[in-house]
Design a protein around this ligand. Structure first.
Ligand code: FAD
Length: 473
């Protein structure tokens, strides 16, 4: 028998499951179909983010940071730690527990919103029909007025150069599952995922080399911030080679030999493990999208209009699969906004206020335009920079590194962008996002009281610096 719904969401990651829940809250009869299987064969909602991305990586980043601090920072606080030992099995177990507690929570949220979860593959057949294939192979046809594609993305594989063997040459998911710290670890790609994973294993004792083909480090980040971050990463022992083009990676029992070109010379390095982190591709395999006539871009992203509608009536798409910032929170917003629009509400995503974070030490976070971007777009700008070296809270934390940079429009005084490198800036960036969302001027923030002593005062000081009226900087 064919079960009938108002909405079927294919994909239960950060774009899909909030879309399903919000639609359920708004009174629609909703199904969410998700194919995720963990390495142990267990199905789970939550997609890449909860199972193999944001959450497990942050769990390991936190654990590895604590291990590193116990060895290198506690002495400064007057705490002697003798014989700090790494129990990687426990660290990995904790990571899995953190992820699973969240993924199992989604089922409870579905229950609360009346969403029916289906664990298995969804294939669009047209006319609102979706063929559901459970993990045991049983099939069933579901029908809905509208279908949402939220099938996410998958790691890009360098098939000809460094094909994954899931042992010596791994993707980001494999790199979160190592059961021993590699002696020498190679990473192809110095993007956000590459530097985060490189940091984890470097803090746990691996000798890490990151090979990046581009000559600039973190080109999407404000130059001044990227330069500061690079300085700290190098100080921590991450060997980041810019302009290094990998030609081949050959794995054998001993490890991986990587050949790359740098400054016109061919070099070879031997690693125990190699992580390939060169980006993610939209995932539309097994979906039936092309057969149905859903238009894809030349890079394989699902094409949508400003209402997230694809080229096929009744079929919508959100999240990584439509491109743009491939971030969980961007997908969440799109999913929720789409559900609200389908229910007839007015809702919108502000793409000028999408925050980005790199969870290294120090952390990097930004929102809005970089100095270069603002100038290229013709804005006459003012900038203000305040250093965490002047922050009492940062000093008390023993983390007085980095700075906050604010970019504002001379004509309107509006804040155009905020860029941060320093302690806990992943948390601090929220205030800047709100400033952009509310179209705040530097005057608005200057007149806003900030608790003392907090790291957020450094944002306040940076804003005051725009007009040369900072007290401490
Ligand atoms: P996904 O999370 O990829 O979910 C798609 C789901 O659809 C999957 O469960 C998949 O199995 C399922 N699916 C696919 N096809 C079908 C089908 N035909 N039938 C049924 N189900 C199907 N982003 C952040 O914002 N912050 C971070 O800190 C962060 N860290 C990251 C760290 C790593 C190592 C990685 C890899 C990514 C990280 N990301 C982070 C990116 C984030 O994970 C993605 O942007 C986010 O998961 C995208 O959400 P999505 O719902 O669009 O897709």
């Amino acid at each position: 028998m064919s079960e009938t719904y108002d909405l079927i969401v294919i994909g239960g990651g950060p774009a899909g499951y909030p879309c399903a829940i919000r639609a359920g809250q708004l009174g629609m009869k909703v199904a969410c179909v998700d194919a995720w299987l963990n390495h142990d064969g267990s199905p789970a909602f939550g997609g890449t983010c909860l199972n193999a991305g944001c959450i497990p990586s942050k769990a390991l980043l936190e654990s590895s940071e604590l291990y590193h601090r116990a060895q290198h920072e506690f002495a400064a606080h007057g705490i002697t730690v003798e014989g700090a030992k790494l129990d990687l099995a426990q660290m990995q177990k904790r990571k899995t527990t953190v992820s699973r507690s969240l993924t199992s929570g989604i089922k409870m949220l579905f229950k609360g919103a009346g969403v029916v979860g289906y664990e298995g593959w969804g294939k669009m057949l047209g006319d609102g029909k979706v063929e559901f294939t459970a993990h045991d192979g049983k099939t069933e046809t579901l029908t809905a007025k509208n279908v949402v594609i939220a099938t996410g993305s998958a790691p890009v594989e360098l098939k000809k150069i460094a094909a994954f063997d899931n042992d010596k040459i791994v993707d980001s998911w494999g790199a979160l599952e190592f059961d021993a710290v590699p002696g020498k670890l190679g990473v192809i790609g110095a993007g956000v995922i590459g530097v985060e994973l490189g940091s984890v294993w470097s803090r746990l004792g691996a000798e890490v080399t990151i090979l990046e083909a581009l000559p600039n480090f973190l080109p999407m980040v404000d130059e001044q911030v990227a330069k500061e971050a690079l300085k700290h990463y190098k100080k921590q022992g991450l060997d980041i080679k810019l302009g290094a083009k990998v030609a081949s990676a050959k794995a054998d029992k001993k490890g991986v030999a990587v050949e790359y070109e740098l400054d016109g010379k061919t070099e070879t390095m031997q690693f125990d493990k190699l992580i390939v982190a060169v980006g993610r591709r939209p995932f539309t395999d097994k979906l039936g999208a092309q057969e149905l006539g859903v238009k894809l871009t030349d890079r394989g992203f699902v094409e949508v209009d400003s209402n997230y509608k694809t080229s096929v009536d009744g079929v919508y798409a959100v999240g990584d699969v439509i491109g743009g910032a491939m971030l969980a929170h961007k997908g969440i917003e799109e999913g929720v906004v789409l559900a609200e629009r389908l229910a007839g509400h007015a809702a919108t995503v502000n793409y000028n206020a999408v925050p980005s974070v790199i969870y290294t030490t120090p952390e990097v976070a930004w929102v809005g335009k970089s100095e270069k971007q603002a100038k290229e777009e013709g804005f006459e700008i003012k900038t203000g920079v305040s250093s965490f070296a002047a922050s009492g809270r940062a000093k008390a934390l023993e983390q007085a590194v980095g700075f906050v940079k604010v970019i504002s429009d001379v004509k309107t005084d509006r804040i155009l962008g905020v860029h941060m490198v320093g302690p806990y800036v992943s948390e601090m960036i929220a205030e800047s996002v709100l400033a952009l969302e509310y179209a705040a001027t530097t005057e608005d923030v200057a007149l806003t009281m900030h608790a003392h002593p907090t790291l957020a005062e450094t944002f306040h000081e940076a804003v005051l610096t725009v007009d040369g009226r900072a007290i401490h900087g």
